[in-house]
Design a protein around this ligand. Structure first.
Ligand SMILES: [Zn+2]
Length: 207
């Protein structure tokens, strides 16, 4: 099972050992609810541009919205972790996650969110998936996701934008939803590296 994390959705795909996609699921992230809280924080900060840090009541109001963001994120992360671990058990699958480097890159790209907010969100989800999976004795495997979002899974050429959320390979004609293409690449990378790098299996490192 390969899992692609984005700020607005999580795409999970289950593959057979020889790479056939047998289950695809997309989970919407609580983007709007988090955004609402963030807008409220910014509104308060704008109203008290210099003093928000020093006025007790204002600072407390900001902290309250920050806490709501954390609660929404944790709540979602727990649900996702639980759901993914249960699916992995049902399909007897290994869980493949991206390591955090890509998450750092992705965070840079998110214009509506600051980097820190996106990273915190990703970390919570990864932590939760890792935790729930290991609790059930599943193997979690983290792969370097470099190129997973733009390389063609069939021929390795660069994928180009092809309308809403889809990418197309200019060389072989492969067309796929961009998140699904990313999961195919994650699966392929993991099945390549699991032959070479078996010591990584079972020690995914800190979330
Ligand atoms: Zn191609």
């Amino acid at each position: 099972m390969a899992i692609d994390l984005n700020f607005d959705n999580i795409t999970l795909a289950v593959f057979t050992m020889n790479g056939r996609l047998i289950k695809l699921k997309r989970l919407r992230a609580p983007l709007r609810r988090i955004l609402t809280q963030k807008v409220r924080i910014e509104r308060i900060q704008k109203r008290y541009p210099r003093s928000w840090r020093f006025i007790k009541g204002v600072k407390r109001a900001i902290e309250k919205h920050g806490e709501r963001i954390r609660n929404i994120s944790w709540d979602y992360a727990h649900k996702v972790g639980d759901l993914i671990a249960n699916l992995a058990i049902r399909y007897c699958s290994l869980v493949v996650l991206e390591n955090l480097d890509k998450l750092r890159d992705n965070a840079k790209k998110g214009r509506r969110f600051n980097k820190k907010l996106a990273l915190c969100f990703y970390r919570k989800i990864q932590f939760s998936i890792n935790y729930e999976a290991k609790e059930r004795g599943l193997i979690v495997f983290k792969v370097n996701p470099r190129g997973t979002s733009f390389r063609c899974p069939t021929c390795g050429s660069r994928l180009l934008e092809n309308g809403y959320r889809t990418l197309k390979c200019s060389k072989c004609g492969f067309i796929e939803d961009r998140d699904v293409a990313a999961t195919i690449n994650l699966f392929k990378t993991s099945s390549r590296s699991s032959h070479l790098n078996t010591q990584d299996v079972g020690s995914p490192g800190s979330p």
